[in-house]
Design a protein around this ligand. Structure first.
Ligand code: SF4
Ligand code: SF4
Length: 135
């Protein structure tokens, strides 16, 4: 399987969704932004059924992750890339994309990086799959 992000931004926007963040990831994000955890949560996250998810911003009918930044070149960039949550690091090697080739092809319709870029080893894909938090 191959993948190379084109920075189209699709996976960080679209319909409302969840960007799950663990407690450790909250701490890492807060540290990156030089905030206390409670300050970070107040500004950038909300609780959903006992879990944390990053806030979204409604722009032109799309729900952008609060940390998605659009460049003048039209590319989407993560404003917290070095501390982005596991869910973001492991895309597109999520369990729901790996069960069957048609699942991978379905995911590729929204992500132009799928089937392009470098080839990933089975072991790399397994690591991503097993680290992905449940949706
Ligand atoms: S949808 Fe795919 S190609 Fe586009 S930004 Fe996300 S990972 Fe990169
Ligand atoms: S944290 Fe970064 S990579 Fe993850 S959804 Fe938000 S902008 Fe995208």
């Amino acid at each position: 399987m191959s993948f190379g992000c084109t920075q189209c931004g699709n996976c960080c926007t679209g319909p409302p969704g969840y960007v799950w963040v663990s407690d450790d990831e909250l701490d890492a994000l807060a540290k990156l932004l030089d905030l206390r955890r409670d300050e970070f949560v107040e500004r950038y996250a909300h609780e959903v059924n006992g879990r944390w998810s990053l806030n979204e911003v409604l722009i032109d009918g799309r729900y952008d992750c609060v940390f998605l930044e659009w460049g003048e070149d039209g590319k989407g960039r993560c404003g917290v890339y070095d501390a982005r949550p596991t869910q973001c690091r492991t895309w597109p090697f999520w369990p729901e994309n790996l069960g069957h080739p048609r699942d991978w092809q379905r995911a590729s319709r929204g992500c132009p990086g799928i089937n392009h870029g470098r080839r990933y080893t089975f072991h790399e894909i397994e690591i991503g799959r097993d680290a992905t938090p449940a949706g």
